[in-house]
Write a protein that binds this ligand. Structure first.
Ligand code: PEP
Ligand code: MN
Length: 339
């Protein structure tokens, strides 16, 4: 349930509602807004009887929310959340960001070379997997902690904040020691213990949509992180499984404006994993920004043909330059309303 206070409610009215909610055995989560305060009621298993609440002074209305997510929803939190990744602000009204880098950190030379290149081309954040969630166990699984150390070196060399995946709750503290933004991959979107652990840290999280997850399941997964106290969550659409096999996944771009209606959290798009094809990454990056995404995440490799993972979808350095030039032009058109 969401209790919406009237715009002239005073602090003692708010305190009074919080007290009543607490006495009913639930947790009250006040959500201050520029116009009015709302108070989320958490911890209920079913319908909450609002008779003791709705007539209290300053209460405008009680809204019963039947969705499996609350803190994530716009009903609870109408204002857009802006996520701050080591000084890079991501969300509505901010410049769209570009996260770029290899699928996996493979060597010091590879990650430094890529970091320097994407930095000078204008990327905002550096990505690179150290813990890789591979489909089978006989392929490259990532350099693990050594990969994190190399990412930190690349950050030192370029100033780019780093994004990397964490696969297990046991590794959250380790990855959080290095990363500026912790990624949850599609395969772990419903690793609920991992999500809860990420809710307890004070670093932002990039949550990718599971390959067969509905939008409701996706937002419910984000709710696990927020419900533990971490509201710095960025959602990422990376394509879903459909009957179509011509592309690696099917990029669900309609979800971008829809998710912006349903939640206050920022939404990014990963056209590399969504399409699996280098030639589609530039057009789908542009489409993502036109659809309203707050940024794109793309794979870039100095020699994609030698990449240990995801070479066919990785942009070359000239390809990344072309992407950045196109996005710059597009951003000016969007800013002037001409797109
Ligand atoms: C990745 O970003 O390298 C990755 C494994 O992505 P996803 O979880 O979307 O497949
Ligand atoms: Mn990849």
């Amino acid at each position: 349930m969401l209790i919406v206070m009237s715009h002239n409610a005073v602090q003692s009215d708010i305190d009074n509602v919080i007290k009543s909610v607490t006495e009913m055995g639930f947790t009250a989560a006040p959500i201050p807004g520029s116009e009015r305060t709302a108070i989320g009621v958490l911890g209920n298993k079913g319908y909450v009887d609002d008779t003791n609440i709705r007539d209290l002074p300053g209460v405008q209305q009680a809204i019963h929310v039947s969705k499996p997510y609350k803190l994530v929803s716009r009903d609870f939190h109408p204002e857009n959340t802006i996520v701050d990744v080591a000084g890079v602000k991501i969300g509505e009204g901010q410049r769209a960001v570009v996260v770029a880098g290899p699928c996996a950190v493979e060597s010091e030379e590879q990650i430094l070379k890529t970091a320097r290149f994407v930095k000078q081309a204008g990327a905002d954040l550096l990505r690179g997997g150290a813990f890789k969630p591979r489909t089978g166990p006989h392929t490259f699984q990532g350099l693990r902690e050594e990969g994190l150390v190399l990412l930190a070196k690349a950050r030192e060399a370029t100033g780019l904040p780093i994004v990397t995946e964490v696969m297990s709750p046991d590794n959250v503290a380790l990855v959080a020691d290095y990363a500026d933004l912790l990624q949850v991959g599609a395969r772990n979107m419903q690793n609920f213990d991992l999500l809860r652990e990420l809710g307890k840290i004070r670093k932002p999280v990039l949550l990718k949509r599971g390959m067969s997850a509905t939008i409701e399941e996706f937002l419910a997964a984000a709710e696990y992180i927020l419900s533990e106290g971490n509201d710095q969550v960025i959602l990422c659409e990376r394509g879903i499984r459909t009957f179509e096999t011509a592309t690696r996944n099917t990029l669900d771009l309609a979800m971008v404006p829809l998710v912006k209606e349903l939640t206050h959290l920022p939404i990014m798009v990963d056209p590399s994993h969504a399409t699996g094809k280098r030639s589609l990454v530039i057009p789908m990056s542009k489409a993502a920004l036109v659809a309203g995404a707050h940024g794109v995440l793309v794979e870039v490799h100095p020699e994609p043909e030698k990449a240990l993972s995801d070479g066919p979808q990785s942009l070359t350095f000239p390809g990344f330059d072309a992407l950045m030039a196109d996005l710059d032009r597009l951003k000016s058109c969007l800013a002037s309303g001409n797109a």
